[in-house]
Ligand binder design. Structure first.
Ligand SMILES: C[S@@+](CC[C@H](N)C(=O)[O-])C[C@H]1O[C@@H](n2cnc3c(N)ncnc32)[C@H](O)[C@@H]1O
Length: 288
């Protein structure tokens, strides 16, 4: 691993370790509904063995583990130890016994070949520096007939990275200059847009990685937040934490002051802030 990649991974790990205690628990619904929908696309069957890469607190892992049932098993891996500890607590709370959790770099999974029926990854593949190489490794982990199912943001050229179009006007692109090079627009375009933005490129990347019957479906998740303030607090517990961590205090304060009222203005009749978040659901079968 080169130094830049190692530094990047250390930062991502620290950010998610710092986020784990409150991750997805601050009055915003996004990862849980998205994870549930991904499981519907993946349709795990009783008795299957599945792997969830970058499992976080288990938004995908736990509903999938229920479906494979006691005859099946679910392994969740995550690079952030605190996420794995929280996910173990969540599995115990939900009384789901067929789950194993391990701290592991999902880019280089140290797991036996041809030992899974399904590989899942919700909003996690995008954190891998060389995701396309990782996809080929996942193909190797799958048994004949095995499938992969993952989500990613719908990347569009001029939107703020990872966020729905609404935020493009609220968060100046210039703030990206505070981030480490891995998050600068040119690097993000090279690493993510280049193969994830256009479904044809994505399909080609999956074929090269050893998959066939690729299906790409873009569908919005109705993200809800109790308030603009709740959304901003929540944004410190996911990937955007990396931005908050690098912003000078005055820029962070003015971003917060801009976001809170703008998001509060999106409250619906139910009193919740609703944000349509385009999500890309990708499924494919291993080609053999
Ligand atoms: C946005 S969160 C999504 C978590 C979960 N899949 C969900 O939907 O709630 C991304 C997760 O990927 C994990 N991650 C990032 N890079 C990783 C890597 N190289 N290997 C394994 N996990 C990684 C993070 O620690 C974090 O838990």
């Amino acid at each position: 691993m080169d130094t830049d990649t190692a530094t990047y991974k250390t930062e991502v790990t620290a950010a998610f370790n710092g986020a784990a205690a409150t991750y997805d628990r601050l009055g915003v619904e996004f990862f849980t509904p998205m994870g549930g929908r991904l499981v519907e696309f993946a349709a795990p069957r009783p008795g299957q063995r599945l792997l969830d890469v970058g499992c976080g607190l288990g938004a995908t892992l736990l509903p999938a583990a229920r479906l494979v049932g006691p005859e099946g098993s679910a392994l969740g891996i995550d690079i952030a130890e605190a996420m794995i500890e929280e996910a173990a607590g969540e599995a115990a709370r939900q009384d789901i016994g067929n789950v194993e959790l391990r701290v592991m770099d999902g880019e280089h999974p140290d797991l036996p070949v041809r030992s899974f029926d399904l590989v899942l990854g919700s909003y996690s593949v995008i954190f891998l520096p060389d995701a396309r190489a990782a996809l080929a490794r996942y193909a190797g982990l799958l048994r004949d007939g095995g499938r992969i199912a993952f989500t990613s943001p719908v990347f569009t050229r001029d939107t703020f990275p990872f966020l729905p179009p609404l935020f493009t006007d609220l968060i100046p692109m210039s703030l990206l200059r505070h981030l480490p090079p891995a998050w600068h627009p040119e690097q993000l375009h090279r690493q993510l847009h280049s193969w994830l933005e256009d479904p044809a490129d994505l399909t080609a990347a999956l074929r090269t990685a050893g998959f066939e019957n690729v299906r790409v479906v873009d569908e919005p998740v109705d993200m809800t937040a109790r308030s603009g303030q709740a959304w901003v607090d929540w944004s410190h517990t996911q990937g955007m934490r990396l931005l908050w961590q690098h912003l000078p205090a005055d820029e962070a304060a003015s971003l917060r002051a801009r976001l809170v009222p703008a998001l509060d203005a999106l409250r619906g009749d139910d009193g919740l802030v609703h944000i349509d978040v385009p999500v890309r659901y990708v499924t494919a079968e291993v080609a053999r």
